[in-house]
Design a protein around this ligand. Sequence first.
Ligand SMILES: *[C@@H]1O[C@H](CO)[C@@H](O)[C@H](O)[C@H]1NC(C)=O
Ligand SMILES: *[C@@H]1O[C@H](CO)[C@@H](O)[C@H](O)[C@H]1NC(C)=O
Ligand SMILES: *[C@@H]1O[C@H](CO)[C@@H](O)[C@H](O)[C@H]1NC(C)=O
Ligand SMILES: *[C@@H]1O[C@H](CO)[C@@H](O)[C@H](O)[C@H]1NC(C)=O
Ligand SMILES: *[C@@H]1O[C@H](CO)[C@@H](O)[C@H](O)[C@H]1NC(C)=O
Ligand SMILES: *[C@@H]1O[C@H](CO)[C@@H](O)[C@H](O)[C@H]1NC(C)=O
Ligand SMILES: *[C@@H]1O[C@H](CO)[C@@H](O)[C@H](O)[C@H]1NC(C)=O
Length: 898
Amino acid sequence: MERAVVQITLFGLLLALATTLPHKDDWDIYSFHINSTVTSRYATTVITSRVANRMDESKEIEFQVRIPKNAFISKFRMFIDGQVYDGVVKGKEKAQQQYTEAVSRGETAGLVSSVGRTLEEFKTSVTVAAHKKVTFELTYEELLKRRLGKYELQIHARPMQPVKDFKVDVYFNEKAGINFIEVKGGLSTKALANAITKTHVDKQAWVYFYPTEDQQKTCDSCGEQGMNGDLVIVYDVNRNPSLGDIKKSGRFFVHHFAPSNLASIPKNVVFVIDQSGSMHGRKMQQTRIALIHILSDLAEDDHFGLITFDSSIFHWKRELVQANMENLESAKKFSREIVERGSTDINKAVLEGARMLNAHPREGSASMLILLTDGDPTSGETNLEVIQSNVRGAIADKFPLYCLGFGFDVNFEFLEKMSLQSNGVARRIYEDSDADLQLKGFYEEVATPLLTDVTMLYNGGTNLTQTNFSQYYNGSEIVVAGQITDNDIETFTPQVVAISSNKRVRFSDTNATVESNGPVSDSHIQRVWAYLTVKQLLEKELVLSGPEKENAKKEAFELSLKYSFVTPLTSMVVTKPQGENSDVLHKPKEGEETEGRSHSSVGRQPMFTQNTQLRTSMIRQYSPPAHPGIFGAGLAGDPGVRRKVSRYQVNIVGAAGVGRGRDPDWDLGSILVSEPSAILPTIVSFLATDVPLSHRFVLKTENLSLPLCFDVTGDVRLKLLHHPNRELSVNGELDSVENGGFRRIVIHLKNDLLVEIDAKEIIVREGQTLTRHVGPDPITAGSLTVIRRDKEIDVAAGDTRMIIVIHERNGEEFLWPVLRQRPLDNNVSGILALKPAVYEEVQQSPHTILKIKDQEIDVTRASAADYSIVSLLTHDCWLMSAESALQSHLDDFIITQL
Ligand SMILES: *[C@@H]1O[C@H](CO)[C@@H](O)[C@H](O)[C@H]1NC(C)=O
Ligand SMILES: *[C@@H]1O[C@H](CO)[C@@H](O)[C@H](O)[C@H]1NC(C)=O
Ligand SMILES: *[C@@H]1O[C@H](CO)[C@@H](O)[C@H](O)[C@H]1NC(C)=O
Ligand SMILES: *[C@@H]1O[C@H](CO)[C@@H](O)[C@H](O)[C@H]1NC(C)=O
Ligand SMILES: *[C@@H]1O[C@H](CO)[C@@H](O)[C@H](O)[C@H]1NC(C)=O
Ligand SMILES: *[C@@H]1O[C@H](CO)[C@@H](O)[C@H](O)[C@H]1NC(C)=O
Ligand SMILES: *[C@@H]1O[C@H](CO)[C@@H](O)[C@H](O)[C@H]1NC(C)=O
């Protein structure tokens, strides 16, 4: 079956007006899926978009999505009329040539890249014949970076129309165990919050986002064009306090090192602040605000210095001083009085900062230099290479230099190179209402040094990524990947040596060493290694010169080709098999080509080509509009962006996840059914007394305490969901003979619509008409949509969305209902709409007694399977009678008629 999709995204509100919008009668995105799998913090995301051309003539159909900047595209495919068109990663020269040819044929070629905070835009289009469909499938990969104690997975969703079959599935598999997981971002608020469900069981977590078509129109910032925003999943993992987390497969390993149980090291920090004329207005104002906040956060044993500069240098004090009350007050006063004027002498200012630090050696401390500037050097030394060389010489690897480039008039590459040469990083500060928070956030990332001179040692390891780090900060993480010499896991011994305050410390832990294979495959770890190696080679290439530079470039290029990564050195060419026409997709370098940048190097680098059959393609960097409420949460990777965390209230039904973390705001209600006999061989003693014809239901709790469970015996018909306002009822019939689970589920909508679902077919009775469906084509009846996918049936009606998972046991299939979007009305009832359980444990031995409301109940610890997840999970629960668990008679949920 050929299918198709288009997603259109825009990179600014103004540009939206200039872009052609899809019209329902032209083409239609009938399905849009995002599937992200995160294993050991390496995320692989697949966006699949299916579009139908509804016209009587062929039509150009666009696919446009936004992906995180940090990611590499690794695959792009189109399916048209039974044919697959695969993208191939090639060297840039080839792409360049195709681009040039297109231009010389007089075909239009697009413009390149605006720069945004965290996203890039990928866009392509294809001509689709009348009444045909196209499927676009894009895969990208990224290693999530830990900042301020958490990882963030950002998923951007903006189909340019409401899409019936829209869903986001995210799966996390972290062997170390997931400590907490939260969903944030503009799409997690208000009406859409009910469309998010989350299940977290120890090492695994699932996040689902299933908004109905109605909701895609009514949410914040949604309209006729559907949703527009981010889902940001924030989490952290548990860790071994010593050596951290090492995964090995046959040939490769990856080591995550992030100890936090260490004392912080006092720091010596010098802030070098640009006060040139271009900082005028809001930028200067925000800098003053941020500086005052940062000064307030300095610890008493920190020493600091502060200089501002334009064409001259202004000291607050000539030497570093202790961050005591008096000094801080005086420095804040100085900060409040910074005024902008004059030109920019970066050279002199940074050298002076370096001098101050060099003149202030302090045993057992960590020094750092932080430069904030918004422009190129315009006075004093202006030759960029000379400045870099001067700075490098003055710092001489003794402390890191962090460069913060404010706005887009800075030469970011210059700052980046200068920082990398001195063990630091450069960050862009976006001119926006939250710039002060970005500045403060960056500072917070480096505010707590825990170790200096960190050397990661791997006896028996080779082809290692970076192993020396000048400083390690609390909340961050050091990741090293490499190959294991001769595949010899026996001799492989990792070790970390570093300096903590005055002491030399060594981290080694023979126990934590080898955690091989398991669910983490060799190719997975290998890709992490390749990703990290390419990222670091690209940075190295920037800093090096001569043959070394060429070598780094060549190596990065070859690895990009081998692992099919679209990097700044490679391009993806999408070709139609029978034709010579192709599309070329490039990844821009960070900071490259800013739209509207006044002195950009126009024409420096054409970024994509164009041709007749497949029109232009490109990756655009994307700049979100200044809308903190909507986009604010999507700014993964930028410090200081304070996100408004909206707690969502979801009653997850059918998701029986239980973990032992302490995060109270997820994992709300849930229910699940299972047949105990077939589930856990380890609970045999319990099963011996149990009848195989019973079904176990689990009722989740609001916090992470153990859920409750109860058994229901026999061929029972249950009221699953009753939504009076919409006249929607869902009932199910348990199958106690063959399998457990549900045999049939029947949906009633208003008086005249009835949908009967079993594992084989879907029967729709609408008034007098009866239709049977077995295929994947979406069924629409009244306000109800039913879509059959591979292992599940998706049912949406108004503000309710449910998945009926199809499980199989002993060759027999059975059904499993899960609520993916809970109706907003609070008078919905039924077993799927149960509120999460609340109880108190009043006695633990000789047997456990729980108190629910005022009732004390004897319980037994038992096990249950979670059928709400396609891959089966089992977990523990407190077993009690149905009446006790439900706090009402089971009869209230039993019906006679489906
Ligand atoms: C998502 O992708 C993973 C890995 O490719 C796959 O195993 C899984 O079935 C996919 N999930 C869905 C819902 O398509
Ligand atoms: C480091 O971070 C952890 C977790 O946020 C915290 O518990 C610990 O106190 C921090 N350490 C220092 C030295 O600030
Ligand atoms: C290191 O990698 C290179 C290519 O990337 C490979 O040729 C070489 O064999 C590797 N070294 C070892 C010891 O595996
Ligand atoms: C890393 O540091 C160690 C000692 O601190 C040093 O011997 C080694 O040469 C350094 N390696 C690199 C690649 O800089
Ligand atoms: C290593 O394992 C041994 C035995 O299992 C245990 O006694 C010891 O505490 C472990 N060491 C660490 C550092 O976890
Ligand atoms: C969960 O909530 C109940 C009632 O509010 C409380 O008694 C119990 O201690 C909580 N459990 C956890 C693990 O926080
Ligand atoms: C259910 O609640 C909604 C508001 O939440 C209300 O408008 C409606 O009348 C209620 N329906 C019934 C049958 O109580």
